[in-house]
Design a protein around this ligand. Sequence first.
Ligand SMILES: Cc1ncc(COP(=O)(O)O)c(C=O)c1O
Length: 382
Amino acid sequence: MDEETRLIHAGAVDSLRAKTVSPPVQRGSTVLLPNAKALYDGTLGYGRAGLSAQFALMDALAELEGATAAQLYPSGLAAVTAAIMAVLKAGDHLLVVDTVYQPVRYFCDRVLSRFGVAVQYYDARLDAAGVLALATPATRAILLESPGSLSFEMQDMAALAAAARARGILTIADNTWGAGLLVKPLAQGVDISVQALTKYVCGHSDVFLGSVATADPATGALIKASVADHGWSVAPDDAYQALRGLRTLSTRLARHGETGLTVARWLADQPEVLTVLHPALPGAPGHALWTRDYSGTCGLFGVVLQPGSPARVEALLDALEIFGLGFSWGGFESLAISCDPQLTSRTVAVDYGGPLMRLHIGLEAPADLIADLRRALDAYSA
Ligand SMILES: Cc1ncc(COP(=O)(O)O)c(C=O)c1O
């Protein structure tokens, strides 16, 4: 054969040469099939559906979530919107918690509306009966997030799931705060558990990935078909990073949670702080539900400051030296954002009593984080 041809085929892998602890990262769009029959017999025939690393991650996530199957998406937002699209059709009605991650609201308002799905936002403080009272004969699903984005309202997932199921309504939970480890929505009766793996599972602020898991085979079939129909696909290297993150998830979460509580307790005693919105903090809103349902906490919570101007909040954030200013969370580093500019898009206006900040507590030493926050609170009161 000519060298040009040999260059194309030299070094082709026929089988794995050695078994490693982690799966090989197979990069491939084309999958070579063993014979002509296999082209059409349902054998995995194309790399878009995933290869070794993606399948290993899907299996691991299914186990973590207590699911029969988990699917992957190129971001957490894509996972939420894909879960919705998999189970809804024109004419359906969707109830969405008002504290939902803000870009999901944009999807509901801009995209679902174009496809004839009606959306109603409900107050995160409503109990299950209150939420179900908003359901119509067309309500097909309830999208909940507990604790809620930015303001950390806890929802009784088990009660909501049971009440919804009794009416033939599906529940979809954004389980990113629990990271698949701290709470088990599917065991609570929720039909679909969604995660932004971008946060704690990947854990290093450098990968976008999402997952959708369910324990119900019929719902699982809908979700799987929808992945194929929409052409969702994730890169093997990203799946590998998520799988690697899973191996240390429980250790990292324990540290995030412990330092987070240390910082939260300290903040609660500071004169510039009105309230700390941390479900794992005794006395905080939602603490009873957290105690009942959660095995631990992560490092993400809210802080309500004593009333002060937006300029003072900016002075506080600008005084931080260790905390970065940035959206997202779940990485090894501490982050802070102001929340009030995002709250204006909510349907229910809640007065938290002062400016709301969100902190993500990373893996730094607690004393250094506290010193950083003390400097920042001085700037707030200056
Ligand atoms: C609760 C929640 N769900 C979903 C997402 C979306 O994840 P991604 O950034 O991977 O799209 C985020 C991102 O901040 C989030 O906070």
